[in-house]
Design a protein around this ligand. Sequence first.
Ligand code: MN
Length: 219
Amino acid sequence: MALHFVKLGGGILLATLLIVASASDPSPLQDFCVADPTSPVVVNGLACKDPNLVRASDFFFSGLHLRANTTNSFGAGATPVTAAQIPALNTLGISMGRVDFAPQGLSPPHIHPRATEILIVLDGRIEAGFITSNPENRLVTKVLEKGDVFVFPEGLIHFQRNIGNGNAVAVAYFSNQNIGGIIFVANDVFGSNPAIPADVLAKAFQVDQNIISKIASKF
Ligand code: MN
């Protein structure tokens, strides 16, 4: 997006806005663009703070040594470290997070629409998998041990689950500074607000509407 000023007769300045579509996030055009969450300017991402006001704390996060809460219906929890936690990640196209799994814990099938994910298992035994797009819909899975690394390509549905006896922990890195837009397949489809009409889901899933209602009640 670029703002152009055109000088007209009589000294009138005409501002024109050019919006350029981009296939991926634009690369930063300065050393950094530390997010200013208080800015009223709306851009693709967050507006930049005055560089003179930037501090080391804008580049810093503490707490990834702590386990996330896994006492939920999935037995898994994540500690994201994105532009929301480190303002300096804004525009840099990278972020990370810690994922904790209780025994049998599951990170349910989900999508990161704008990020490839690369995961390293720090402890435990995790089964990871993703599904390729139509028409193959091939499930690609691998059992990961401590120190193993697995990649989930951008935009594909994927999951991880703890198949070991104890807790498991992994660290994920993402090729985007903002993975806030996680799409959890089951939650988004069955738990939208307002709900997708049950007959739409019944037809999509090729089941009766009462089965859709039963699943939707869980979300
Ligand atoms: Mn993921």
